[in-house]
Design a protein around this ligand. Sequence first.
Ligand SMILES: [Zn+2]
Length: 269
Amino acid sequence: MTDTSRPWRPTPLIVASAAVHAGALGYLVAEPSAWPLAIGTLVADQLLLTGAGLWPRSTVLGSNWRSLPQHSVLRGEVAITIDDGPDPAITPHVLDILDRYNAKATFFCIGERALEHRDLCQEIARRGHAVENHSQHHLYRFALLGLGGIDREIRLSQETITDITGQRPRFFRAPAGLRNPLLEPILARHNLQLVSWTRRGYDTRESCSTKVTNRLLQGIEAGDILLLHDGNAARTVEGEPIILQVLPRLLDAIAENKLRPVTLPDALI
Ligand SMILES: [Zn+2]
């Protein structure tokens, strides 16, 4: 373990799953004729683990921030998280809106897009926002990768973002929120905390900004982590990126509710 790692503590589901695997294999060796039961048990266990990985807000595979820590809740904080950028057509406008409201946000950037738009990625950090790890290539088969593939996607993005911003990411969000049981030990190795969300607006496929805004604002309260996109953003019928219509309304409502938008690293303090 290096100073940039944290210990991996398997969850009860992972411990139980390992025991089930060992038990089924031992049974198979002792009673080869009972293979249907042993194989059936292993398949059922795999299905359970796969199901947990398809549920972005699940915590049974490892630690997962679905809301902010309690001390941040008590301070009345919320986190706006913005995924899949940077995008030169959208991100500069997002930064200007955030500045107008004196609000800070967290950008889960894709490593290869950060490399394409280095200056823009630097500008995000320069304006006081957090740039965090959303993998290097945003592969939709991310949850199907093995140990080496997942580690590579995360390590390359850590190196890319650290090199561009001078700040080492402390948070990771999985592409499309999907993962497998191998992710948590790799995150521990890189000292990264997995983050999902409290609420999302489906702004990559919804063309009505009012619907997206309402989904994000319904029951908004301290501790919420809200998910928006500056990359892969859907457009209104007039062709405007959804996030540019949603963000001012969201920030107005956050102010009306006397909440304070902070970055995820600031919520740690
Ligand atoms: Zn994404």
